[in-house]
Design a protein. Structure first.
Length: 449
């Protein structure tokens, strides 16, 4: 039996275009827009004896918007009567390239802080094609769902652990996060209904199973030491000194109001000076206290105004000091262990001069000395959880924490945050030029209808 030849084939160069080869498969396009493979055989019995059986049109909106009328050839096997259509991988590749490009645009817009609505508008305006917001949202969520978080094969053994609270339609959820202090990689960033001991244990086990565990930097929540001791008996803890400072400020304002006297500010800075060098601030406070003694009148109301002005001067001084350090790329200098021990020994001898709440805080530091000074004994350990706070701030702004409408949205966002932070490629590799190239081939091969 003679094999039926396709009628009205397009000019030969169309069959040799590089874009019309998919793997080892070559395609031929007819003048009426029908596409088939150059070698046709029955998928059932592999016979090459067939008859043409019409076509079905490509109905994809992208192809239609290009004004192209592409038809997929259909056949019937003369030997076993099997019906089949030409494999359309070549056309689907072009369609997927366009979809990949749009996904990349959506990911770029949303991941750089644009709302979903603004992202949809930007994509449509710049691509020049109308998409439904629902379709673009599906592309975005599909792209995020495809992100695979690979488990770390190795780690330093020194970690941050912290939590951040998010809201889904007003309902609070907890973000549990583990980050390697040495490599900077985020080992876990997941959502749970709360930060119960069970949830924390599960999160730590999930993140660190099979990895070395030597130390943690955590805030001063009383539950952490017990949880860590139960899971990792040999691990040691660094309590976040930044949280210690926050507690000192809180206790100071509880005792003296929002504007503590200069003398009490001096007492607070004496505590801050134990682990970090705040000598400059202490010198400034001494100057202000000396000025206050000269300027005071004995009238309580007048003296309050004088002290208020001196406190403003202190705030300006501290703010400018921070700006200067930021410009110079410097942090507040850390104390050595010996310096901290000597300074703290002096404070303990003078503890009676402090207000009661700060006396209590000095006692707590003394009892937990090893948990505040681990960073001075192990250079890998950080003294604060600022490394985790930086990750939280860089991945979810304060307003974003309350914007979620579903648990799935939170999970997708956290997966994307972790992948981005760890250097994983999120965006499609499809470029606009590649899409143009493929579309150009389509126009060469198929008639516009």
């Amino acid at each position: 039996m003679i094999v039926t030849k396709p009628k009205t084939l397009s000019i030969e160069y169309n069959t040799k275009l590089p874009g019309f080869v998919n793997g080892n498969q070559r395609y031929i396009a007819s003048l009426d827009g029908k596409i088939r493979t150059s070698a046709v055989s029955c998928p059932n019995c592999c016979s090459r004896h067939y008859v043409d059986n019409g076509y079905h049109a490509v109905e994809d909106s992208f192809v239609r918007d290009l004004g192209l009328n592409i038809k997929i050839a259909q056949f019937k096997c003369s030997k076993c009567s099997q019906f089949w259509s030409t494999e359309r991988g070549l056309i689907d590749k072009v369609i997927e390239a366009e979809k990949g490009f749009i996904k990349s645009l959506m990911l770029g817009c949303v991941r750089n802080g644009l709302s979903l609505l603004k992202s949809c508008t930007l994509v449509q305006d710049n691509v020049g094609k109308t998409y439904s917001p629902q379709y673009l949202h599906e592309l975005y969520t599909d792209a995020i769902d495809c992100i695979k978080i690979e488990r770390a094969a190795s780690a330093s053994g020194v970690y941050y652990y912290d939590e951040q609270f998010l809201k889904e339609n007003g309902k609070e959820f907890c973000r549990l996060t583990v980050r390697d202090q040495v490599t900077g990689n985020v080992l876990l960033d997941k959502m749970d209904v709360d930060a119960s001991e069970t949830a924390i244990k599960t999160a730590l086990h999930e993140a660190l199973d099979g990895l070395p565990v030597e130390a943690f930097t955590v805030d001063m929540a009383v539950k952490y030491p017990g949880i860590i001791a139960e899971l990792y008996p040999h691990a040691v803890i660094q309590w976040c000194i930044f949280h210690l400072y926050k507690l000192v400020w809180k206790e100071l304002t509880e005792a003296f109001g929002k504007n503590p006297p200069l003398q009490q500010l001096y007492n607070a800075y004496l505590l801050f000076n134990v682990f970090f060098d705040h000598t400059i601030e202490l010198h400034k406070l001494k100057e202000l206290l000396a000025q206050f003694q000269i300027l005071r009148t004995g009238d309580p109301k007048t003296d309050q105004e004088i002290e208020k002005g001196l406190r403003k001067e202190l705030r300006r001084f501290v703010k400018e000091l921070k700006k200067q350090r930021r410009r110079e790329g410097k942090n507040v200098p850390r104390r050595t262990l010996k310096q901290s021990m000597d300074i703290f020994a002096t404070l303990k001898r003078q503890v009676a001069l402090f207000p009661k709440k700060l006396q209590h805080r000095i006692t707590l530091i003394d009892k937990n000395w090893d948990r505040f000074t681990l960073f001075q004994r192990d250079s890998r350990v950080q003294p604060t959880n600022n490394g985790m706070e930086q990750y939280f701030a860089a991945t979810l702004a304060k307003t974003d924490k309350k914007d979620f409408r579903s648990a799935g949205a939170i999970t997708r966002e956290l997966r994307a945050c972790q992948a981005e932070w760890n250097g994983q490629q999120l965006f499609s590799h499809t470029t606009l030029l590649e899409v143009f190239s493929m579309v150009g081939l389509l126009y060469l091969a198929f008639p516009a209808g």
